[in-house]
Design a protein around this ligand. Structure first.
Ligand code: RDL
Ligand code: RDL
Ligand code: RDL
Length: 154
């Protein structure tokens, strides 16, 4: 039985955990899905590690980063932590991060959050279900999450 983990935060201003849950359920209706909500991004690496220790085949983390330099340093630390978890466990931890300075309006930020979460939740299911070559047909296509695809240069 496939098992997915969702780690999200109370700091986030969009309920991305709910969106990820729905997408994973739609894409893999037999799977077990475990959600783990923590206060903020720096708590995500251990949440991801615990989800994997409990048997998850892959995890999606959903973080929201504020606008200040302090927030950006917190994200850098988080990102390194998430990469360490992947190396230690040999499992994918798909990092969905929304940076509050990516857009000027709340509406646009919400749009980015929904798009990035949905696309990466699908990426996670593909990687868990099909493995190494699941995304190979999209290689070099300039795919983006949160924005329109940049496209391939020809
Ligand atoms: O462990 C408790 C907190 O330290 C932890 O939840 C942090 O991730 C909270 N946090 C910051 O301290 C910060 O400076 C967060 C941010 N910035 C941020 O931008 N986004 C967060 N948390 O989710
Ligand atoms: O785990 C899912 C994503 O977080 C991961 O695929 C990142 O590598 C995606 N990504 C960024 O989040 C980013 O801010 C990439 C870039 N920039 C980049 O410049 N090039 C990438 N990915 O290949
Ligand atoms: O070219 C515009 C964006 O792709 C670029 O600004 C990216 O760095 C934005 N971005 C993030 O900041 C991030 O944390 C992206 C991701 N994550 C991501 O997972 N996928 C993206 N962009 O395409």
């Amino acid at each position: 039985m496939r098992k997915y983990g969702i780690a999200d935060t109370t700091f986030s201003r969009v309920d991305m955990g709910k969106i990820a849950y729905k997408i994973i359920r739609d894409e893999d209706d037999e799977a077990e899905i475990i959600r783990y909500t923590v206060p903020g991004i720096k708590d995500l690496p251990v949440a991801a590690k615990r989800l994997i220790d409990e048997g998850c085949d892959g995890v999606i983390t959903l973080g929201w980063v504020g606008k200040t330099m302090l927030d950006k340093y917190s994200y850098l630390a988080t990102s390194i932590g998430l990469i360490i978890v992947q190396i230690l466990t040999s499992k994918h931890v798909i990092d969905v991060t929304i940076h509050e300075d990516e857009a000027d309006s709340e509406e646009k930020l919400k749009e980015i959050a929904i798009d990035r979460t949905s696309k990466h939740a699908r990426n996670l299911v593909k990687l868990v279900k099909e493995g190494k070559n699941a995304l190979t047909k999209y290689a070099g296509k300039g795919l983006r999450q949160g924005f329109r695809d940049a496209g391939e240069i020809d």
